[in-house]
Design a protein around this ligand. Sequence first.
Ligand code: SF4
Length: 450
Amino acid sequence: MKILFGGLTKAHDTLISFALSGLGYEAIPLPTPDNESLRLGKEYCNKGQCNPTYYTVGNLIKFLLSVKEENPEEEYVFVTAGACGPCRFGMYEMEYRKALKEAGFPRFRVFAFEQSKAFFESAQLAGIKLDREFFKSLIKAIVLGDLLNDIYYKTKPYEIQKGETDNWREESLFILGEALKERKGLRKALSRVREKLRSVKVNYLVPKPKVKITGEFFAQTTEGDANYRLASWLVEEGAEPVVEPVSTWIDYLIFKREIDTKERAFKDRLGALKTLAGLLALKLYLRAVYNAYRFLLGNKPDPLKSQKKLAKYAQPYYSPKLAGGEGHMEVGKHVYAKKHKLAHLVVSVKPFGCMPSTQSDGVQQKVSKDLGGSLFVSVETSGDAEANVKSRILMKLYEAKLLAREEFERAKKELNINEERIKSAKPVSADTRLPRRYTTTASNALLLLK
Ligand code: SF4
């Protein structure tokens, strides 16, 4: 039996497939959802669903139709994330079942991750053992995907030899994937990845605006038509995208569950204590893995954000007790990006009509004002509004470019570095970790010339 899954970035999906094969499963990542997936999703799902439903359900149906001759109802199962939140995310599983039935696959098995005994039992019956090793391998693969993506977008905009960063990512995925599959040698594999990064040469001394991508989880994470390939398009437009690790989402789910458990602790104190202990262990494990791998990559990727800090930043505008979608995190990340000099511009991307994200947008103007006029733009994706979305972002990107250049000029004066010194500077290795004084990468790179 083969396990189908997908919906994250290419790096995550590839590494998860290696990690699961190390546990003895044949795991196949589905291709990145495209507009054909959206069309199929709209054809077979109920009307009025959110885009992520259409894209992910349609993507699965597209694959099943392509392997129709192989008896996919017996040969494959699909594993995805499930939830029972107040937004429409809670209806995904039902939509999968309805659409699969209408597309001619009524007996196809879908497993949506949730913390219920029934889910664990039915997965067991299908031959998927959801034990500690399974979740540890999954977390390792996700964290490694996060760290590779972080480095990739810090490097790609500044590469001297076009395509070198892409080659580095391909090779790194294979090196790390093999280590995950063998279930040993990750430390060595990470040193090899770092070594290979050292041979990629970059010119950081070109001021480019940093653009933080936030918004609804699927829309901000996917790398395909569902967000018009936002991150790679920003690179083409001369910006440096700042992408969010999937680990932040896992950390948020733990944080949210902690809040809910504490709120309901009066009903069953012992049960609440046990749940909180389990959540603490999971949180510590996630952070330990993240920090250890980050360290082995020379601390080049950003650290994982503190959930407490995100909640504190969001609190005056959006209650951390409100559930659904990214909850308070969209507001928290906007404040974080400005306060920690992470980006010049924040782009919040959401599927058309996303309820929690629209709620956040309601306060983002006030957040911008309170932050002294931070640059923020929110865009809705519907599969057919690419020109509109991109032109709205371009307007703000122009302002962000001016900010980056202004800051670079100011930094030159502050550090007393002239144009000649900049022109004579040699390219540096992409594994160089820059000091963090300014927002712009080029301004921070000036500190190396001092
Ligand atoms: S977060 Fe938004 S897009 Fe995602 S399920 Fe909820 S309403 Fe739909």
